[in-house]
Design a protein around this ligand. Sequence first.
Ligand code: HOZ
Length: 432
Amino acid sequence: MTSSKRSLSRQAFARANELIPGGVNSPARAFGGVGGEPLFIDRGEGPHLFDVDGHRYLDYVASWGPLILGHCHPRVVKAVENALHKGATFGAPTELESQLAELVIACVPSVEMVRMVSSGTEASMSAIRLARGFTGRDRIVKFAGCYHGHVDSLLVQAGSSATTLGVPNSPGVPKGCTADTLALRYNDVQALMDAFAAHGQQIAGVILEPVVGNMGLVTPTPDFLHALRQLTHQHGALLIYDEVMTGFRLALGGAQELYGQKPDLTVFGKIIGGGLPVGAYGGRKDIMKQVMPAGPVFQAGTLSGNPLAMAAGLATLQELREQKPYERLDRLGQLLVDGLSAAAKAVHLPHRVQRVGSMWTLFFTADPVTDYDTAKKSDAARFGKFFWGMVERGVYLPCSQYEAAFISTVHTEEHIQQTIAAARETLAEIAK
Ligand code: HOZ
């Protein structure tokens, strides 16, 4: 399938470019990391996507994570249809909101109370505000390479030194917004200890992706997770897990269940909305009760708790709770990474396949990827060739070396074998 066969996507992109900045409504989907132009999508069905030119792809993007049940899962479609017929939005409470809240609380033991919002960005922003309001402190610790949405105070790029005081990495973010953000190296226990030794009394909270998806897949060391919990506790700061990607994906209770951890607050997005726009933040009741109108920390939203979105999220979480797909997803994940590693090894390509459960990344580097600096050592140009080779063979991967790919419950062993076969051909081609 050459680019000439994607002429309708090309036309659609040219038109969109005249109307929408860069032709897309979120930069991640613009193919900037792999070159070329984005595929325009017509529809999805189970594990497959169909572009406007009529090509079918095995989908490992899953709308960047939400679609753990695949496209158009019948239970989700039915739930949304039912809700739609009753009215799209009321700006008044519905019982669906409590039903989803109850299910989230049942799935994630550290969450005793939860507030629904409309995106992961909104959820992180609100959790940070709450941490500051609850502790009466201003400073926030984040980690280089972790992404928590486009929140001003979290858009901080750390330099190569382990600790840097905030420097905004987008024009339009005033220095003042990031002045209280400390960006540290992921998995660096010493840097964390130093930050708390220097600023412990001013740190309101520490936010992290407990398994990182946003620099490609990077896992936390046990020591790092332990130090985070211990130091935040000792210094009266809140520990905030951003489980936008990992929540309901690595286990029903997310990464915190997998690693046996208990953060004070958790940020959700993606799967919690079953493909519709939902974010949420939740945690200890004494903290959550500070949110308005129960408490003084302001946060609001016209479409927060929207009935269509609640219905999609509820159907998705109910299905996951009944299906218990996590062991199967883990097995498929292992099968896939073994196949990818063998294929890369056979053609002597330096590589690392990193995975937790159904999240994975093939890095084109020989060394372990443990943080942002080591992630950036990967050969992103080679990844671009790999990406396009896979597209040509009917496999749709995230269009960046620095993103995680997702296996969904509708993938089968046969799909995984197809993917390995496509990778074998592609890797042999790009190794030449
Ligand atoms: N949050 C997604 C993973 N990095 C990207 C989705 C987007 O920004 O459009």
